[in-house]
Design a binder for this molecule. Structure first.
Ligand code: PLP
Length: 432
């Protein structure tokens, strides 16, 4: 039996890169006949997928292996808070579920592989991941952030961390050089969100990273809008990739989840320390749902991108529409950068109305029948939203208008439905 289990383990190690070490089970583990020394999982245990895997294979296999105790093909939901020890300290790599959980370990390994990183670190939400990164800083440290970012991230910066002594500069990052005047010895972090929420502005990740590297500044890229299917910021020099996995990674609007992916071992240790000590960790069911969602990420993204391209083109000539924001347009600011650093232009489209008022937007928003009026994005179903009163309500009006986020701006998260139905729905909603 021992030999069989070890054989299985080494085969999966070779082929897939296991998440679970085949444990030397004693009482509670997966391979009951194994005895002897326990194999301890180091913190940051996720392993990258072998380089031979293409993206569509990685989403399904990277970091994953059938459950060694039963052969279950899908990663089980390890709904436990603690793990039995044979003697004090003699365990199988798992002690307490805030610190480690096998379902979370599987997801962390998978996410690391998708982002071409070494360590995945999961959180209970995207904002918990934001919080963990900011907790790397000390009072007096400075952050240079894009001025066009998710409202909740802005709120966390200005309402939680500014009062604790972290100083923020919000800067238009359409050209990396615009950051330069804000860099000094106190600058510890550059915060990039691209494409941005909701203006779909594009930031040159490699350009920003080159500038930061020279000065030893850490670069964080919020990759929520692109997903690793379209963009892998670590390959472009970023230090930390952040996801609200609530969005494209989960993909079905049924879970709230966040993640960080890094290459550097020391940075990973520091983030694991925050993860464990803040305790904003996801439960195993949430990890399972994200893992399941990821298995179709490539298929969903491909269809969402195709649908968004058609809808953006249609909106350009639609009556009542003033301006359409879509990185795939040749005249979209930094379209060439998007074409260089992304593998597609994404499923998000924003537009303003000729009637640039809250009332005008509200009328359109309340008439759609296939698009659901709701916060969030990245699910299989198409959503329509109003950033000024919903996702970005926490940004003062003058500031949002300055950044182009006007009263009538409408944001579409284009899903994977038949595009004809989506266009018909927008047409009737705009007509009134
Ligand atoms: N980053 C971006 C770009 C987002 O759009 C969001 C949420 O909408 C977040 C981070 C925060 O994620 P969560 O809602 O999972 O906390």
């Amino acid at each position: 039996m021992n030999a069989v289990c070890y054989q299985i383990n080494s085969w999966f190690s070779l082929v897939l890169g296991p998440v679970f070490p085949i444990p030397n089970v004693g009482r509670t583990g997966f391979c009951p006949a194994l005895t002897g020394e326990t194999e301890k999982l180091p913190l940051g245990q996720p392993k990258s997928a072998p380089p031979i895997m293409e993206f569509g294979t990685k989403v399904i296999h990277a970091g994953l292996s059938p459950d060694p105790s039963t052969g279950a093909v899908m990663t089980p939901i390890y709904q436990t808070s603690t793990y039995a020890q044979a003697a004090p300290g003699d365990h199988q790599g798992y002690e307490y579920a805030r610190t480690q959980n096998p379902t979370r370990t599987a997801l962390e390994a998978n996410l690391a592989a998708l982002e071409n990183g070494k360590h995945g670190i999961c959180f209970g939400s995207g904002l918990a991941a934001v919080d963990a990164v900011l907790k790397l800083l000390e009072p007096g440290d400075e952050v240079v952030s894009t001025n066009d970012l998710y409202g909740g991230t802005f709120r966390s910066f200005t309402k939680i961390f500014e009062p604790l002594g972290i100083n923020f500069h919000f800067v238009g990052m359409d050209a990396p050089e615009r950051i330069l005047p804000f860099l000094n010895d106190q600058t510890k972090l550059i915060w990039v969100e691209t494409p941005s929420n909701p203006m779909l502005n594009i930031i040159d990740i490699a350009g920003v990273c080159a500038m930061a590297k020279e000065r030893g500044i850490t670069v964080v890229v919020d990759n929520t809008f692109a997903s690793p299917y379209l963009q892998t910021p670590l390959d472009l020099g970023a230090d930390i990739v952040l996801h609200s996995a609530t969005k494209y990674l989960g993909g079905h609007s049924d879970v709230v989840h966040g993640a960080l992916i890094v290459n550097d071992d020391t940075l990973a240790d520091r983030l694991h320390f925050v993860q464990n000590n803040t305790g904003a960790v996801p439960g195993p069911l949430d990890c399972f749902l994200v893992l399941r969602g990821i298995k179709t990420l490539h298929l969903r993204m491909q269809r969402a991108c195709e649908n968004a391209e058609e809808i953006a083109a249609w909106l350009q000539d639609a009556k009542g529409v003033s301006k359409v924001f879509y990185p795939g347009f040749k005249n979209h600011p930094n379209h060439d950068v998007a074409a260089r650093q992304m593998r597609g232009f994404g499923g998000m489209v924003s537009f303003t109305l000729d009637d640039d008022t809250l009332a005008g937007a509200s009328a359109v928003l309340s008439r759609t029948k296939v698009f659901t009026l709701a916060e969030s994005l990245g699910g299989v179903e198409s959503l329509i939203g109003h950033p000024a009163t919903m996702t970005h309500a926490s940004i003062p009006r003058e500031q949002r208008i300055k950044n182009g986020l006007t009263d009538s701006l409408i944001r579409l998260s284009v899903g994977v439905e038949d595009v004809r139905d989506l266009i018909d729905d927008l047409e009737q909603a705009l007509k009134g």
